[in-house]
Ligand binder design. Structure first.
Ligand SMILES: Cc1ncc(COP(=O)(O)O)c(C=O)c1O
Length: 412
């Protein structure tokens, strides 16, 4: 059967990935969580303290969010029923979008099923018009930080533009962005500059103030100007004094900001905020929004509660606890002589290992001792910079952080 020949090729590819030890599908399966304030993952009956989650504030187990989820399900049911333009939006989606827009100080927000789908929507739709009749020309140059997240790359691919319409600037190098803008003067109607806010491998962040200064200097050079798109999935909700992310840390704003509900906000889904005209345009043209269900109503209810909480005393306290935990962790690590792959003030803290085999050993050693961490290897990080990515949560207790650092030291 010809089909079995194709499936054999699929199996051969799986075997290749397994042999290269880069397969991802045999992940740990978490059977349940313990019910203490810093919940542990239960895997094959054993408890593990989690140091590899994006749930930076511990909100996914928060009783108030769970309660909001349940109450919203009671009111709106367990699913959206259809995409929004078919059988109508739920009021909960509207309420959530208003809360998100207000939180980020923007005119409007649009919620999509995930931040990945949001980036695909934003990039494909801003780069060029989505139909032959569209009033939006194809004449954009998209300039991307060389280490941007896969979802941004897929969004650019979804626009189906040729390589002459794409450029990269060196990682976190505003002067290199200036070079690209200078070289392309007069060649394009508009420029889309796109970057991650916080980069998830090292916890480092793009200096938006520097990018903004370069962009503002060149804005008038292009007939339709320059739009700065920032995906701050790892920053929103947990970074900056009030959790407004890299924008708050840098004191500069994106034109279009993408965030996720699935990390610090403890729920699931993605969103984009910006001027009303941009969001309206995306609601008309973004395939991953128009033709795909939104998040579940319960998730929206819980997410709305998370945004409310961030602006109350509890949110302020969680952010302070997050900062205190990060500071304690860094202090204890340096007292033990352990070296980081980068200096980070974000919950992502990368322990430098420098060798892929050793990184795996350290991860497995910590697993044996009841800790979940992630090893990150070349080519995701540069050669010799293999690391253990540790993610600190506001829910971690002081004792957990102290015993974890001792465990890291002993395994190293
Ligand atoms: C920078 C960045 N953008 C987008 C995403 C995708 O987020 P989501 O899980 O909401 O699709 C991730 C997820 O890891 C991310 O790190």
């Amino acid at each position: 059967m010809p089909k079995s020949a194709f499936f054999s090729a699929l199996q051969a590819e799986l075997d290749r990935l397994d042999q290269a030890k880069v397969s991802k599908r045999n992940e740990n399966v978490i059977e349940s969580f313990t019910s203490d304030p810093s919940p542990k993952a239960v895997i094959q009956g054993k408890q593990y303290t989690i140091f590899n989650s994006n749930d930076y504030l511990g909100l996914r187990h928060h009783p108030v969010l769970k309660e909001a989820d349940h109450a919203t399900v009671e009111k709106f049911g367990t699913g959206p029923g259809a995409v929004r333009f078919i059988s109508g939006s739920l009021q909960m989606y509207k309420d959530l979008e208003q809360a998100i827009a207000k939180f980020h100080g923007r005119e409007d927000a649009m919620v999509v099923s995930s931040a990945f789908a949001t980036n695909v929507a934003v990039m494909s739709c801003l780069i060029k018009g989505q139909s032959k009749e569209s009033m939006v020309s194809e004449n954009s140059l998209v300039i991307s930080d060389e280490l941007n997240h896969r979802s941004i790359i897929e969004g650019i691919r979804a626009a189906s533009i040729d390589s002459t319409h794409k450029a990269i600037f060196k990682h976190m190098d505003a002067e290199d962005l200036r070079r690209v803008l200078e070289e392309n003067k007069g060649k394009f109607a508009r420029i889309i500059v796109v970057t991650d806010g916080v980069f998830s491998m090292l916890g480092e962040y793009q200096d938006l103030a520097k990018l903004r200064a370069v962009i503002d200097a060149y804005d008038a050079t292009y007939p339709e100007g320059i739009v700065l798109v920032v995906d701050d999935a790892h920053g929103v909700g947990c970074f900056g004094t009030t959790g407004r992310g890299v924008e708050e840390v840098c004191g500069a704003k994106a034109d279009v900001l993408v965030g996720t509900l699935g990390k610090a906000f403890g729920t699931d889904g993605g969103y984009v905020v910006g001027d009303k005209v941009v969001i309206d345009y995306l609601r008309e043209s973004a395939a991953t929004y128009v033709y795909s269900n939104s998040i579940s109503p319960g998730t929206a209810g819980a997410a709305l509660k998370a945004f409310e909480m961030m602006q109350e005393a509890e949110g302020t306290q969680l952010l302070k606890q997050s900062r205190d935990n990060i500071a304690l962790f860094k202090k204890l690590m340096s007292e033990e002589g352990l070296v980081f792959a980068a200096e980070s003030t974000h919950p992502i803290q990368p322990l430098l290992i420098g060798d892929p085999a050793k990184a795996k050993q350290v991860k497995l050693g910590l697993y044996e001792m009841g800790y979940l961490v992630t090893n990150i290897n070349y080519p995701v990080v540069s050669k010799g910079r293999d690391e253990i990515r540790i993610q600190i949560s506001a829910a971690h207790t002081q004792t957990e952080i102290e015993t974890f650092v001792k465990a890291v030291k002993s395994v190293m």
